[in-house]
Ligand binder design. Sequence first.
Ligand SMILES: *Cc1c(COP(=O)(O)O)cnc(C)c1O
Length: 395
Amino acid sequence: MNLDEQLQPALEQRKQRYLYRQRRCLQSSQQPTLQVDGQPCLSFTSNDYLGLASHPQLIAAVQQASRSYGVGSGASHLVSGHSELHQQLEQQLAIYTGRQRTLLFGNGYMANLGVISALLERQDVVFEDRLNHASLLDGGLLSQARIQRYAHNDVVDLERRLSQCAARRRLVVCDGVFSMDGDLAPLRQLAVISKNHGAWLMVDDAHGFGVLGTQGKGTALQQGLDQSDCPIYIATLGKALGAYGAFVAGSEVLIETLIQQARTYIYTTAMPPAMAAAALAGLQLLKCESWRQDQLQKLISTFKAGALQLGLPLLPSDTPIQPLLVGSAKTAITISNALQQQGILVAAIRPPTVPKGRSRLRISLSASHTLAQVDRLLSALASLQHQGLLSEELD
Ligand SMILES: *Cc1c(COP(=O)(O)O)cnc(C)c1O
């Protein structure tokens, strides 16, 4: 059999199980009202939580920086791709997150792969929350360390596992805000347990940085964790910050170690300097304009109150990620398609991104949404519920 003949049956099977994934084609910038596949849509699908992805100041920063620094960085950081804009961004992020130093990575996926595989080896153990982001699991796999997955947010399960483990190095890893559930990790407790057992705590705050805590400084600072409580803090620049890329924050020694050893840092082209300029502009907005976080909180409570009143199957979340648990992949796709027919875009999240029987609509809110737009979403959901589409149904 040739390549296509071998691959085709698996594609067919995916389609039959409602697990086939298709891309929509965006014809505008990322914002609440956008043009998709030739149609105007109201979108609740992006991670652009503050509406910075198309902010004039970020656009101007990219334009200006590319005039001075060009477009491509042309080399890896360690060869000649590390520009003064990267340097400035690393310094600003260190001050902002209250850490000694930071290091930029191409994106969050590469940061997670690079950090975990640089710190652990075969004889070590990584403890991962069962609902951790795929990149954290893949980082564990790449490191060849033994992976122990503890029950979601279950500090008792984690402590039991830690106390039975005598490995050389032990790393506890979790999302700060869980990307498909929207709930928070109990970071204070995780920090205490990790310290007590001589393990290191690493937090991936892709969805918390920019959104939670004073000035959007993220879940670690919000829960009072300094560098000694959470020695490895990772966040992305492509979500709330509106740009692209990621950074790791921690001690001087951690950062120097990663520069020497993180393969996804060493063997890849540096992000374009203009993208660092965009992130710097985003950071500046975080520092001096807090109305976005306030607006976001207002939208979150409006949506939650409305959904509660309708009796929708909301998961417990106080973040802009507001999932409706519908159960089967088929139901999730059906609802998402029905919403799109009404001009509303909501992502159907299915296995393997979430466990079987836990498919959901992942509604994500942004500070650039209006209350009227949230009301429009609620009325659309109410009408689907009247048609009996929104009742939970298991695979
Ligand atoms: C999005 C995400 C990543 C990956 O970040 P990218 O910059 O998009 O590669 C990593 N971890 C979590 C929890 C995420 O949600």
